[in-house]
Design a binder for this molecule. Structure first.
Ligand SMILES: Cc1cc2nc3c(=O)[nH]c(=O)nc-3n(C[C@H](O)[C@H](O)[C@H](O)COP(=O)(O)OP(=O)(O)OC[C@H]3O[C@@H](n4cnc5c(N)ncnc54)[C@H](O)[C@@H]3O)c2cc1C
Length: 505
């Protein structure tokens, strides 16, 4: 693995992370999203220095929001401190300001604004409309599994509505996403899940289904397609969307402090406030804390160790050859379903520059996962770039499946330009944690969104703020299984946990 990693930084200084041999709790995420039981207790704070530069972050280098600090010094006090400036922290801030316009809010962000998973993802907001139904049904029963699918649809609609109503400049594309199984076994498994979902009363009338391989290949342009499922979804520039929302927050009085790492949260000794958030730039006394720290949550909040696990994921940017540009450019987004649960998520940026982003659980991701298992200090290493094992799978796929790629002559600036890494936050039972942090009155969490937060957070964040405002869970409209409860925490903690070390690289 090391030889296959030209862009990876030295790992010599990485702190080791204690791992344990515990039986895996149920995880309903797909291939390459499941950390081995032995690795579930690794965690770490955001890597300082040497991060790879995602395509989204490359596009905004002169935006002053990147290193914005609303006040030169850190406020000593606030009503609420929100930790993390990804889409979760930014949306929680928005709804907090709308709910309590006069309360003071400080957002602390360890690095540049929105430089975690949100600023590094593959740019898809693709509501799962059937694909994981089987796994969720097995884990949580029919009603919850259907609720999860419906929530994803509601989340996508809420995101699109926000962008359109506010004219957000974020390269939004709305169109048909295609799920394309690449072999017959996968097609059969997909068909079984789809039919089970429909038979359970799941909404499928908005999904166009083709089981004829020839038709599927024609619709999808993927030669080896064995079926095709089409429904509405979106792609977008996630940093620009998040930045738009944060700028509105700042206008309403939020105080954003970038390059500020929250190191610990302790009870406030002064008696005036409940909590003190201690950072590398001083302390903030407050009554309410929101953990919007996703993959890094357990580094700051030890009760989450083993529940939310960070894992590096790659995203490739590919500039299509000239023969496949212009009128011949791809005009759908994709989920290409491969054997063994692997997946290419393809975002061809149809309304923007036509650069094609390949994310998802690329089959080459396995080699990276194995390497991280052996080098667990790298669980929060988003400095990884250009991993050959991952890029090779993208190359093999396009050469094999899209007409014209194999023969294409790539000039400088075309082709398999670059890949970067980001850290996804795996929740041990496959669904996010939204709600009050057990045993810590006044602390709240919205985290553990896997590689799929864009289809979850636009409803999860406002749901959390409703709970903070004393509303019942039912009023959030979220699937019950997303709720953070003492019972869920206890159940998931019933695995042996060695005292883990925290990776800081
Ligand atoms: C390569 C990749 C591709 C992906 N592709 C997709 C996709 O196409 N579609 C999709 O739906 N999802 C995708 N995802 C997942 C999606 O990006 C995430 O689920 C989502 O962005 C999570 O948002 P968040 O705000 O909760 O977390 P983040 O965006 O990670 O934000 C958390 C923030 O908290 C900060 N932070 C953490 N700890 C501290 C601390 N102690 N002090 C201060 N700040 C702290 C971090 O620096 C970070 O900025 C992808 C993820 C990756 C990595």
């Amino acid at each position: 693995m090391k030889e296959a990693e030209p862009g990876s930084p030295s790992i010599g200084g990485a702190a080791s992370v204690t791992t344990t041999n515990t039986s895996a709790a149920l995880n309903v995420e797909e291939h390459a999203s499941t950390p081995p039981a032995s690795d579930r207790h690794r965690t770490g704070f955001p890597k300082q220095g040497g991060q790879s530069m995602s395509y989204w972050l490359q596009q905004v280098r002169c935006d002053p929001l990147l290193d914005h600090r609303t006040s030169e010094t850190l406020p000593k006090e606030a009503d609420t401190v929100i930790i993390g400036s990804g889409i979760s922290g930014t949306l929680v801030t928005k709804h907090h300001l709308e709910t309590w316009p006069s309360k003071s809010v400080v957002i602390v962000e360890a690095r540049e604004f929105c430089s975690g998973a949100t600023g590094r993802n593959a740019g898809h907001c693709k509501p799962d409309q059937w694909r994981h139904y089987g796994k969720f049904e097995k884990a949580y029963g029919k009603a919850q599994a259907i609720k999860i699918m419906n929530n994803e649809s509601a989340t996508w609609k809420a995101l699109v509505a926000y962008v359109q109503e506010n004219n957000v400049d974020c390269d939004l594309w709305v169109g048909e996403t295609l799920d394309v199984p690449l072999d017959e076994d996968v097609a059969k498994a997909a068909r079984d899940v789809f039919e089970r979902y429909a038979n359970a009363g799941g909404k499928v009338d908005h999904i166009k289904v083709t089981h004829d391989p020839a038709k599927a290949a024609k619709i999808s342009k993927i030669k080896g397609a064995t079926a095709c499922y089409a429904w509405q979804a979106s792609t977008l520039q996630p940093w620009k969307l998040t930045a738009h929302i944060m700028r509105e927050n700042l206008k309403k009085g939020a105080n954003l402090q970038t390059y500020t790492v929250a190191n610990s949260i302790t009870s406030d000794g002064s008696g005036r406030r409940k909590w003190t958030v201690r950072t590398d730039r001083g302390a903030i006394a407050c009554d309410t804390v929101v953990h919007a720290t996703n993959a890094y949550s357990a580094a700051l909040e030890p009760s989450l160790r083993g529940l939310i696990t960070p894992k590096p994921h790659m995203c490739n940017r590919v500039v299509p050859p000239r023969a496949l540009s212009g009128s011949k450019a791809l005009c759908n987004s994709y989920g290409v379903l491969l054997a063994d649960g692997a997946l290419f998520s393809i975002n061809p940026r149809c309304t923007a520059d036509g650069n094609i982003l390949f994310g998802g659980s690329n089959p080459g991701q396995r080699a990276l996962d194995e390497w991280v298992e052996q080098n667990p200090g790298n669980c929060i290493n988003d400095g990884l770039a250009d991993l050959e094992s991952v890029t090779k799978c993208v190359k093999d796929f396009v050469n094999e499946e899209f007409d014209g790629w194999r023969e294409a002559e790539f000039g400088p600036g075309e082709g398999f330009a670059y890949s970067w890494s980001g850290i996804i936050g795996l929740s041990v039972d496959g669904v996010p944690f939204v709600g009050a942090l057990p045993g810590k009155e006044g602390q709240w969490i919205c985290a553990g969104h896997h590689g799929h937060g864009m289809a979850r957070i636009f409803t999860a964040a406002p749901g959390l703020v409703k709970l903070m405002n004393g509303k019942e869970w039912g009023e959030t409209g979220l699937p019950d299984v997303y709720q953070m409860t003492p019972q869920r925490l206890e159940k998931l903690k019933k695995v042996d946990v060695d005292t883990p070390k925290v990776a800081i690289i």
